[in-house]
Design a protein around this ligand. Sequence first.
Ligand code: C5P
Length: 232
Amino acid sequence: MAKDVIIALDFSSKEQVFAFLDNFKDRKPFVKIGMELFYAEGPEIVKEIKRRGHKIFLDLKLHDIPNTVMKAMKVLSSLDVDMTNLHASGTISMMEGAIKGLTREDGSRPILIAVTQLTSTDQTAMENDLLIKEPIDKVVMHYARNAKIAGLDGVVCSPLEAGKVHETCGQDFITVTPGVRFADGEKGDQKRVMTPSEARKIGSDYIVVGRPITASEDPVKAYNRCIEEFLG
Ligand code: C5P
């Protein structure tokens, strides 16, 4: 299965993004575009980054009624992104609608992964705000299983959960894991982190890395270090 390092382009304008991407002359990294950049710059930023030869994970975390998600996914699919996502809490029928919308006439479609419980949601918030009383690990695995039943390709999860997700949903069910830091790097606001080589050992398929690369004095060197440590 394809494994790769995805750089989180957490910038707020296209000028910053292009100045950053201009550093990469040889290998064109797989990149993640999130809500901030997409809402600021619109679909044109996706098309332009694609034209520059990058693979794109469009991280918009859709959650709505199945018909609306189906139609929105159809639009995202036409942008030729390589990976996108939604909230598994939108139910199995919403996820099935998403697959339907993403699938192009020739049968191809971007990789679709689910967010289970956001890492910002803890047991207390889940119980008090969402009235979900089960242990959070069980909820995460239940949502991952639902994503698999709906035909999705994998989930976004902590590298610490990747092994369990593979045990529950199979080795070919993709795990995309943020929260990656170099052994000698700053953790920033991430609490539970792993190095790229630990993430590889635990079976992550894609690691999402932001600041260790984007805030580095030499982003290309930091990216190459990630690739070496993660891909071996
Ligand atoms: O800069 P850093 O490496 O922490 O960036 C990680 C990226 O992954 C950010 O875009 C962040 O929003 C995203 N992410 C995360 N934790 C999650 C889900 C997504 O850090 N649980």
